[in-house]
Design a protein around this ligand. Structure first.
Ligand SMILES: *Cc1c(COP(=O)(O)O)cnc(C)c1O
Length: 332
């Protein structure tokens, strides 16, 4: 499927020289979410690819393009046992012809985790479950050390955020800008999105600032405070903006607006809370595919609260969890 040009290229033309692999069906739809009220909408990033959607795919266009241009033949990544980032790498890097390997650390067992492992295996990824996070770090560091300076191995860190990757969600915000200009949906006052490594929330907030919108991004923290806080997100916003400047963005000084909502994390990454369980059930009702408690369950719980705390605001929820390429056995 041939997608329209990336709107970011009109703002930062130097990015056109960066290698990319086309993987996305753009633009993704924006739809109303009447179950949450008349002013609530959803951006269907869950369907950004018919093979396996979710919010990592736009990133792979840039990162896998870079990997291929560097001559990589293998992509290696790290994540929890049920990581959708790992599954997304397995599916998309695998289809693009890369060998895929993944180091997995423990995560609470659930039907969603089993599904992720099954999808990783079907995609042909070589996964090794090594135990806790510390072991995963050790094992990854050792392997990367052995391959230092070897361009055949391309590494994707957990979460996969970073200046180049974040361009993907700056681009998505500009895509939303085009959809609003076309009258498809109203301009959101607020965007609510799950926040792990932060690239999605940060990228969107930069894109809205480029549009001159006052839109606030509510970044719903679903991982540890050390990984996801005002400082890490602020530093990433700075580095991403610097990349855009280097690639030719000449607009005025940007003031990306994001707020981190810390209230839904519960005991930590991957742990359920009653609100997240309820969010996961609602996800299944709304989108027809099983939900999960790590990302979308917590982000939907946060959406519900945001709607009551900000009456009168137009709110856009970003559906970051794939509803394509999932296993039929998990359909609700
Ligand atoms: C990775 C991921 C997120 C978090 O995105 P970040 O850009 O890392 O903050 C949210 N939801 C799902 C389903 C994800 O896989």
């Amino acid at each position: 499927m041939s997608a329209p040009p990336h709107p970011i290229l009109a703002f930062a033309p130097g990015l056109a020289r960066r290698p990319r692999i086309e993987l996305t069906d753009r633009p993704t739809a924006i739809e109303q979410l009447p179950a949450f009220g008349s002013r609530v909408w959803v951006k269907r990033e869950d369907r950004v690819s018919s093979v396996y959607g979710g919010n990592k795919v736009r990133r792979w266009e840039w990162l896998l393009g870079e990997a291929r241009a560097r001559g990589a033949t293998e992509v290696m990544t790290v994540g929890g046992l049920g990581s959708s980032q790992v599954t997304s790498v397995a599916v998309h890097a695998g289809a693009a012809g890369f060998k895929v390997s993944a180091v997995l650390f423990d995560q609470l067992e659930s039907a969603f985790v089993s599904e992720a492992l099954e999808l990783d295996a079907r995609a042909g990824a070589a996964v090794s479950a090594v135990g806790g996070i510390a072991r995963a770090v050790l094992s990854t560091t050792r392997r990367l050390g052995r391959h230092r300076g070897d361009p055949s191995l391309y590494f994707i860190a957990p979460g996969a955020s970073g200046p180049v990757a974040n361009v993907a969600y700056v681009d998505c915000a500009l895509e939303i800008g085009e959809q609003v200009a076309a009258g498809i949906a109203p301009r959101p006052d607020r965007v609510v999105v799950a926040c792990g490594s932060g690239g999605t929330a940060v990228g969107l907030s930069i894109g809205f600032a480029m549009l001159g919108w006052p839109t606030v991004v509510t970044a719903v923290r679903i991982t540890d405070l050390v990984a996801s806080n005002a400082l890490t997100l602020g530093a990433m916003a700075f580095a991403t903006t610097r990349l855009l400047r280097r690639e030719g963005f000449t607009g005025r000084r940007l003031r990306p607006r994001f707020e981190i909502d810390h209230r839904f994390i519960g005991r930590g990454y991957g742990y359920a809370t009653p609100e997240a369980e309820r969010g996961a059930r609602r996800f299944a009702e709304l989108f027809g595919v099983a939900g999960e408690v790590t990302y979308s369950g917590k982000a939907l719980a946060a959406l519900e609260v945001a709607v009551t705390e900000h009456p009168g605001e137009t709110i856009l929820w970003i559906n970051t969890l794939s509803t394509t390429g999932r296993l039929a056995t998990l359909r609700s």
